[in-house]
Design a protein around this ligand. Structure first.
Ligand SMILES: [Mg+2]
Length: 265
């Protein structure tokens, strides 16, 4: 099954993971084989994710488990982008983090002290909102108080949902909305649709004609446009064919039912 002429015209691809390569723990139909074709054709590939809950190592392990041979250098996570930003601008400071253990580690590795659960929580210099499966009212209260005390406000994304086998689950944007409502403040976004994740991926890939592939108009096509890249949209995640048709703002250069169909037909 050779590559499609459309994809073959590009030197390299930046491919979103969630809703594009897999949904939950299942690869999208034909994705594993099609990504193998891409590799065999000598196309460079970087995988990106706005999902802040896991580490880069977790994604490498997940991809190998699905039959996709990826290395740590092939995976660009929003957690990595947050770490990069914090290390450059706020090292030595204190942070209140709504996020998973993996995100706490990124913040600590950037040289900040995580002050969740301490007396300093409501005086943190930075509040970071990322995705988590464990959210308490205490977290919301501490974050809101720290923001009302003047903390810098960062979030990984405004993604309202993420796709799972039984439907769309509430994402980082749903949690962020609660913190923004309570604080009356608006967060600076680090992940998609801001261009930083794609720019980091481009640094890894090098020069060449680049196609970004994702499942969301707002996040993926928006970030590609902000980074000056062509974007293709697949319909296995957060966007329906009708929504793709009706898109206002940045438009994909191609819409495909699945990643495999985009790559091979
Ligand atoms: Mg996605």
């Amino acid at each position: 099954m050779p590559l499609s002429p459309f994809v073959d015209a590009y030197d390299q691809l930046i491919v979103d993971l969630d809703g594009c390569v897999y949904v939950g723990d299942e690869p999208t139909p034909g994705a594993v084989e099609a990504l193998g074709e891409l590799r065999a054709a000598g196309k460079r590939t970087a995988f990106v994710t706005n999902d802040p809950r896991h580490s880069g190592e977790d994604y490498v392990q997940k991809l190998w488990g699905l039959g996709i041979q990826a290395s740590l250098a092939d995976v660009v996570t929003v957690g990595g982008a947050v770490q990069h930003l914090l290390a450059e601008t706020r090292t030595g400071g204190t942070a209140f983090v709504i996020g998973t253990a993996a995100m706490w580690r990124h913040v600590t590795d950037a040289g900040l002290k995580v002050v969740n659960g301490s007396d300093l929580a409501t005086r943190a210099e930075v509040v970071l909102v990322a995705g988590t499966d464990e959210l308490t009212y205490d977290d919301l209260r501490s974050a809101v108080l720290a923001l009302r005390n003047g903390a810098d406000f960062l979030a990984t994304s405004r993604d309202p949902t993420y796709p799972m086998a039984d439907g769309l689950w509430p994402g980082t944007g749903a949690i962020l909305a609660a913190v923004e409502t309570g604080s009356g403040r608006a967060a600076q976004i680090v992940g998609k649709p801001e261009p930083q994740l794609f720019l980091t991926a481009l640094e890894r890939l090098g020069e060449g004609r680049t196609l970004a592939v994702g499942d969301r108009l707002d996040a993926d096509v928006g970030a590609a446009s902000a980074a000056g890249l062509d974007a293709a949209l697949v319909l296995t995640g957060g966007t329906t064919a009708e929504e793709a048709e009706a898109a206002e703002g940045p438009r994909p250069v191609r819409v495909a039912e699945t990643l495999a169909k985009l790559l091979t037909t």
